[in-house]
Write a protein that binds this ligand. Structure first.
Ligand code: SF4
Ligand code: SF4
Length: 425
């Protein structure tokens, strides 16, 4: 791939040597973690292809879109409504990053005790290795946790066009008003950026495209409640990660195609894990590409992950946007309704998240919950304690794991997870 896309990467200002090194690590990791899994559905071939071209063909598509006058918008959070980006004929891409990069440079700007996700986002910028970041015409940050909102003050001067969206911290009428006014402001900003006036017809199209994408991953989630598990948690996570990068319509049809195959597998009792394998629900911080460490440890220890209560998972994709209104006002209101329901730990209080965990646990037949907290992530680490306590009181085995992107704790995590799986058994 390197030679074919070299001039495009150079044009984007990437550091070709560092970028090459990143791609090599990514390809090796993907080979060892994903391609080595036994009996994967053939529908995963499409997603293998997407990964193999994640910095190639997909970036070329973005550059082609830009040449046609369309705008690329990068986002760090699932509160940023892709529907509005699509309505302005834009392309929305996720920028959250799941690997350490240029850490020495990052730690000159950010305190060491910043979560790995934020550090990684900075590392990909400072190390000049992310073509999505460089291709973006606008980058949307959001005032969520303290780490993110303060770090955007430092990211602003490093990137071309940072737009910061304010977000509510409390689920109150006032909070809803904040989201409503911010979505209207974002619509205007997208109109300015793209030169496209967002009318009801355009917004309806955007809503339909994202709803269709969500419906496809909902279908996949439902199929994961079968035993034997018809698809691994690793592959499901990968699909949830690709959700943020791929062309929406192509992604939607590829997930449905995979689901057709999975339905046949379920009928034939053809699983990727033996029947009765311990079933785990993962809950906690988002796992951005290529953060596969914890799911890999869990699944290589003999348990299968059957759901993710995470932004790169069901927290991010739950609920569709209502499509009953035909006016632009009604549609924006429907967006506010849908997004306001996201149970992110930045809300206080946030009881809905625990309800979601309990519901997912029973819906997917999970035997236990592993709570994943990134070190220095106060919102999720603080919530993990009451989550564990409540679930244990309900006799749901729960394990709290706090980690980062380094591989230093793999041995220790494996020992703890194996002991947890024994407990479940
Ligand atoms: S965890 Fe919260 S802040 Fe982070 S991506 Fe999800 S919704 Fe946004
Ligand atoms: S993982 Fe936690 S600390 Fe890091 S950006 Fe997300 S909410 Fe903030």
């Amino acid at each position: 791939m390197s030679q074919q896309y070299e001039s495009m990467w150079r044009e984007l200002g990437l550091d070709l040597t560092a970028h090459d090194a990143l791609l090599k690590v990514l390809a090796q990791g993907y080979h060892d973690i994903f391609l080595s899994q036994a009996n994967r559905p053939t529908g995963m071939d499409y997603f293998n292809f997407v990964v193999s071209e994640v910095h190639g063909l997909r970036i070329q598509e973005l550059m082609d879109a830009k040449r046609q006058g369309r705008k690329v918008v990068g986002s760090y959070c699932v509160f940023v409504p892709e529907e509005i980006v699509l309505a302005a004929d834009g392309v929305c891409v996720g920028l959250c990053a799941g690997a350490d990069f240029a850490t020495d440079e990052v730690e000159k700007l950010l305190p060491r005790n910043t979560c790995a996700l934020i550090k990684s986002a900075f590392g990909f910028k400072l190390g000049k290795v992310c073509p999505y970041l460089e291709a973006a015409d606008m980058i949307v940050g959001e005032n969520t946790c303290d780490g993110k909102k303060k770090s955007y003050e430092l990211l602003g001067p490093l990137v071309k066009n940072l737009y910061v969206m304010d977000l509510p911290q409390v689920k109150s009428e006032k909070g809803r008003e904040v989201l409503r006014s911010e979505y209207w402001r974002f619509k205007e900003e997208m109109e300015l950026l793209s030169g496209v006036k967002i009318d009801a017809e355009r917004l309806k199209k955007g809503i339909d495209a994202v709803n269709a994408k969500r419906e496809a991953v909902h279908r996949l989630s439902r199929l994961r409640n079968s035993d034997p598990a018809p698809i691994s948690g690793l592959d499901s996570l990968l699909i949830n990660q690709i959700y943020f990068y791929d062309d929406p319509a192509r992604f939607t049809s590829s997930v449905h195609k995979l689901c057709d195959e999975i339905e046949e597998r379920i009928a034939a009792r053809n699983g990727v894990f033996p029947e009765g394998a311990p079933r785990i629900l993962l809950s906690g911080c988002p796992m951005a590409v290529p953060n596969w460490k914890l799911p890999w440890i869990i699944e290589s220890s003999g348990a299968v992950i059957v759901g993710e209560e995470s932004c790169i998972g069901e927290r991010g994709t739950r609920n569709l946007v209502e499509t009953t209104s035909e006016s632009i006002e009604g549609m924006i209101e429907a967006l506010v309704d849908r997004y306001f329901d996201i149970n992110c730990a930045i809300y206080t209080p946030n009881p809905g998240r625990l309800d979601d965990i309990k519901a997912m646990k029973s819906e997917y037949g999970a035997d236990g919950v592993i709570h994943y907290g990134l070190q220095f992530c106060q919102p999720y680490q603080i919530e993990s304690i009451p989550v564990e306590k409540t679930l244990e009181q309900m006799s749901v085995p729960t394990l709290r794991v706090d980690t980062d992107y380094s591989m230093e704790d793999v041995g220790q995590l494996k020992t703890r997870i194996e002991a947890f799986i024994e407990r479940i058994k």
